[in-house]
Design a protein around this ligand. Structure first.
Ligand code: HEC
Length: 132
């Protein structure tokens, strides 16, 4: 009986790895649910609500280009999550609550380990993948 335990555990781990989609795919789902109304299907900043905001939603395909060729992942995640506290002044809502869920340790450039909602990391992976 004992030897069955590691075997079944391995099976579960393998199955989980097979059925869970890639981060970018999960991020794309989150994007289409929460972000297209303002930033648009193709993230150019032309969603149906963009005209009513008074502030143009950012073109999210140019984040790297505008940051000297590096994807500004920390700023992007902060903007989306809302812990920059800017949402009360800006036109974009914060999504910290919507993305609440499993937390994973994310290692910042500084080496600091920051517990971060998995959905936020997936969303950042999606955005990084659509940079021009
Ligand atoms: C209600 C409309 C609205 C929704 C919904 C929205 N945004 Fe925004 N977003 C904006 C506006 C307007 C700006 C630019 C002004 C500002 O920064 O407040 C912006 C800015 C940003 C920026 C900063 C870009 C830069 O130039 O630094 C990022 C990143 C971003 N949005 C990502 C997202 C993501 C990802 C989602 C979905 C989870 C989302 N936004 C949902 C309106 C929205």
């Amino acid at each position: 009986m004992h030897f069955l335990f590691p075997v079944s555990l391995l099976l579960i781990v393998t199955l989980t790895a097979c059925v869970s989609p890639e981060p970018q795919t999960r991020g794309a789902d989150i994007y289409s649910k929460h972000c297209t109304s303002c930033h648009g299907q193709t993230a150019l900043g032309d969603g149906p609500r963009s005209a009513d905001l008074g502030v143009q939603p950012a073109n999210l395909t140019l984040l790297s280009k505008r940051n000297g060729g590096t994807f500004p992942i920390e700023e992007v995640m902060a903007q989306i999550h809302g812990y920059s506290g800017r949402h009360q002044f800006g036109a974009m809502p914060e999504f910290g609550q919507d993305l609440a869920g499993p937390m994973v340790d994310w290692v910042a450039k500084s080496g600091e380990v920051i517990p971060t909602p998995k959905g936020l990391i997936d969303l950042a992976a999606y955005l990084e993948g659509i940079q021009k």
